[in-house]
Design a binder for this molecule. Structure first.
Ligand SMILES: C[S@@+](CC[C@H](N)C(=O)[O-])C[C@H]1O[C@@H](n2cnc3c(N)ncnc32)[C@H](O)[C@@H]1O
Length: 151
């Protein structure tokens, strides 16, 4: 967890947390970036009430739908997305992450950064090096480098 936060800390600047979970990453992001709006996707909120975003920033429901609905509002505006939809099933998590990439990419502004636990491959995303101390493959950092979005 701390290492994921190290990855998030490397970039400053609308943020998007995909998977609230118990709210640790959200808590860390809001501490790092108190002036930024942090949108959070979550199917079912189970975090401590102190770690729940305000309702206008909570995209409640299946993120495959809520991210699609958020396009008009967020397209090309998000500086940092932290993608962590894991549910314990590695294969299912990777499949979900691959499904989410075409929805996440158009939201990221050019130069915006995506932090993801599963490795991703998509046109328009370049890999970035990890901060010192983060084990290779444990997390993955990408920068959006072109407006070419997947079909
Ligand atoms: C591993 S947890 C996130 C942990 C989080 N980084 C933290 O700091 O606690 C993954 C979360 O993603 C949510 N999730 C998984 N698939 C989802 C989907 N399709 N739509 C919305 N939320 C989803 C789960 O409900 C779960 O709370």
């Amino acid at each position: 967890m701390r290492r994921s936060n190290d990855c998030a800390s490397r970039v400053a600047s609308l943020l998007d947390q995909l998977g609230l979970g118990n709210g640790r990453t959200y808590d860390h992001l809001r501490e790092l970036f108190p002036d930024r709006k942090i949108y959070v996707c979550e199917r079912r909120v189970a975090a401590h009430p102190d770690c729940v975003p305000p309702s206008e920033l909570l995209l409640l429901g299946d993120m495959r739908e809520t991210l699609r609905d958020a396009r008009n509002r967020l397209n090309d505006r998000v500086a940092l997305t932290h993608l962590d939809p894991a549910t314990g099933d590695v294969v299912a998590g990777k499949m979900l992450a691959d499904e989410l990439v075409p929805l996440v990419l158009p939201l990221l502004r050019l130069g915006g950064v995506l932090v993801s636990e599963p490795a991703l491959a998509a046109d328009g995303l370049n890999s970035l090096s990890l901060p010192a101390g983060v084990e290779s493959g444990r997390y993955n950092l990408y920068r959006r480098v072109s407006h070419r979005s997947p079909p």
